[in-house]
Design a binder for this molecule. Structure first.
Ligand SMILES: O=P(O)(O)OC[C@H]1O[C@H](OP(=O)(O)OP(=O)(O)O)[C@H](O)[C@@H]1O
Ligand SMILES: O=c1cc[nH]c(=O)[nH]1
Ligand SMILES: [Mg+2]
Length: 216
């Protein structure tokens, strides 16, 4: 399994990540969602370099140009709800993709701080022999993502499996590696640690709440 970490390279994407993390700037909900979307766009571009392409010809008004085009659009699967704006960024670039949706959220922590993952909603296309992207901005313990995959993998065996996150931890990456060794991970950053409530530190806080407001 390989891991691509965007902030290892100096680029404008670091500004998007910095604004997502900033406790002052992230209070602007529109800007928070827009920065997740912009980060999704940049990661889509990076990931696109790893996809299968075919030689094609495109006819211009003046002649023919040889181009390399993706042979089939990927399947995008966001884990609701925090993934929605991030997913929109990927969809802006993979604009002919099929999409599947899965809702997974961390339940109220038990006394030992462990938690159950609740799954409410699944709607997915067949993913057999297709390039499939599992999208969630926060890869903290990795439990939600692996739980989502346990359901999605009943829709087929993908040709390539990619996990796309805005911020991950090594703990989350190791969990994914254990259960999805075939996956490639694309992330904006890998943060040092998790706190007692399994939030990423320094992270950015609760991505779903920042994008959409607190749950009742
Ligand atoms: O790697 P994990 O430890 O499982 O944590 C990450 C999960 O937590 C967040 O979702 P959350 O449960 O807050 O739901 P939400 O998207 O509705 O806010 C996030 O979007 C991931 O799905
Ligand atoms: O740091 C974290 C961990 C899980 N979910 C979030 O939104 N943030
Ligand atoms: Mg949340």
């Amino acid at each position: 399994m390989s891991v691509f970490v965007l902030n290892k390279h100096a680029s404008v994407a670091n500004h998007f990540l910095a604004e997502l993390r900033s406790k002052d700037i992230q209070r602007d909900r529109w800007r928070f969602r827009r920065n997740l979307e912009r980060l999704g766009e940049v990661l889509a571009y990076e990931l696109s370099k790893a996809l299968p392409y075919d030689e094609r010809k495109v006819t211009t008004p003046l002649g023919e140009s040889e181009v390399q085009l993706m042979n089939t659009p990927p399947v995008l699967i966001p884990v609701l709800r925090a993934a929605l704006p991030f997913y929109q960024g990927l969809l802006n670039f993979f604009d002919q993709a099929d999409s599947g949706f899965i809702a997974a959220y961390r339940g109220v922590p038990h006394s030992d701080a462990s938690f159950d993952i609740h799954m409410d909603y699944v709607a997915a296309p067949q993913i057999e022999d297709r390039v499939t992207l599992l999208i969630d901005p926060m890869l903290a313990t990795g439990r939600s993502l692996v739980r989502a995959w346990e359901t999605i993998h009943t829709y087929g065996q993908p040709k390539q499996l990619h996990v796309v996150a805005a911020i991950a931890t090594q703990t989350g990456i190791d969990w994914v590696r254990q259960y999805l060794p075939e996956a490639t991970i694309w992330t904006g950053a890998v943060d040092p640690t998790l706190n007692a409530k399994s939030y990423i530190v320094p992270g950015l806080g609760d991505a779903g709440d920042l994008a959409f407001g607190e749950k009742n």
